[in-house]
Design a binder for this molecule. Structure first.
Ligand SMILES: *Cc1c(COP(=O)(O)O)cnc(C)c1O
Length: 365
């Protein structure tokens, strides 16, 4: 006899129509074409499902972190062009050429290697030039770039189709970011004018929302597609996409003076109804929210987390409520925003979303 299926303790509901709406809103706000950034399993939302949904929209590229992610998109039967956002290993490059994915180039050595591999494959590979206008993570620095560009253009099997750079502080330093846009425009001018490049891109979500992008014709949003605005004051409010959920597994009444969870960092000050919920940091619910006033949503209202987050369970003060075993609990979603949870954990929404572990079943709607 096969045992009955064990229902998941924690799951993430992912609203693919909200994702589509956010993509369309991003496109309208950008006024140009988009590279949908789907690295890290589409920020934890499920790479294949997200790629299939957005491929039905007019997405120019999918931006991924590595060849493994590129493979998953291509193998899901999605024909949209794939762009590798970071540097590639030498061992990966033959496959990149073979599958016609688009790398960004940060050095002449990389470019020469791709050129040789493209010659071997008998094709011309489209690549984008990465330039470092302030991020300090990759790309050519502006100094000496025109000479390097000449060397790159001399490589017969590469087509330098695009140019991109990245914004380190579009959500916190407007002056620096404006200067970066200006620097990018100057670089384009020095390299023969914007028309020299079919694709010119600089903006992430915050750049797309907060700045004029005169010289660019492609933007690379990630976060806002998944329903979070990087600029909380901005009028465009993306729709929530992921809801992290679990259930109440136990409800008990503890007397005053009773410790709750590891370290006994919380001690009841009155008789307290305590709900135990089947989720913890082993699911990616951040342990660092402990003691910082985190709340969850049950039966139409918020309740406070008490005591530390454990690996598989958390405790909620549900005194003076009808909360019962089996009730659904929203850890974050439409009612408790993921950026609120992230702030209480002392981190950013990107980290919370990508930290949701494989144990959490993803349910796409
Ligand atoms: C991750 C990433 C993005 C997307 O950034 P968001 O802030 O999530 O919109 C864009 N460009 C590059 C190069 C990235 O690495």
């Amino acid at each position: 006899m096969t045992p009955p299926p064990s229902p998941p303790r924690a799951w993430a509901e992912i609203d693919l129509s909200a994702l589509r709406d956010n993509f369309r809103a991003a496109r309208n706000a950008a006024g140009c074409e988009l590279m949908a950034v789907v690295k890290a399993g589409a920020y934890g939302h499920g790479l294949e499902e997200v790629a299939r949904t957005l491929a039905a929209e007019e997405v120019a590229f999918f931006g991924v972190a590595n060849v493994g992610e590129a493979r998953r998109i291509a193998d899901a039967g999605v024909g949209t062009r794939i762009y590798l956002l970071g540097a590639t290993w030498a061992e990966e490059r033959a496959e990149i050429v073979g599958r016609d994915w688009t790398p960004c180039i940060s050095s002449l050595d990389e470019a020469r290697h791709f050129d040789r591999l493209a010659a071997d494959a008998g094709r011309r590979l489209k690549v984008h030039l990465a330039v470092d206008t302030g991020m300090g993570r990759g790309g050519f620095v502006a100094e000496g770039l025109p000479e390097r560009m000449q060397a790159l253009e001399a490589l017969p099997n590469l087509e330098i189709e695009g140019i991109g750079s990245h914004l380190p502080s579009a959500d916190e330093d407007e002056e620096f970011t404006r200067a970066q846009f200006a620097r990018f425009a100057e670089i384009l001018k020095a390299l023969g004018g914007p028309e020299r490049f079919r694709w010119r891109h600089l903006s992430n979500s915050a750049g797309l929302l907060g700045y004029d992008r005169e010289t660019c014709n492609l933007a690379r949003p990630g976060l806002m597609l998944y329903g979070i605005s990087p600029l909380p004051g901005h009028p465009l409010r993306p729709v929530n996409v992921m809801s992290l959920k679990s259930r109440v597994t136990l409800v008990r009444t503890l007397p005053a003076g009773h410790g709750v969870s590891y370290g006994r960092a919380f001690v009841t000050t009155r008789e307290t109804r305590v709900a135990t919920v089947g989720i913890g940091y082993g699911d990616g619910y951040p342990r660092h929210v402990s003691g910082h006033g985190a709340e969850v949503f049950i039966r139409g209202r918020r309740f406070p987390l008490i005591g530390r987050v454990t690996m598989d369970q958390i405790m909620i003060d549900v005194t003076d409520s009808e909360v019962a075993e089996g009730d659904e609990v929203e850890l974050f979603g439409a009612h408790v925003r993921v950026d609120e949870v992230a702030a209480k954990a002392g981190t950013i929404a990107w980290e919370v979303l990508t930290g949701i572990t494989p144990r959490v079943v993803r349910i796409h709607r």
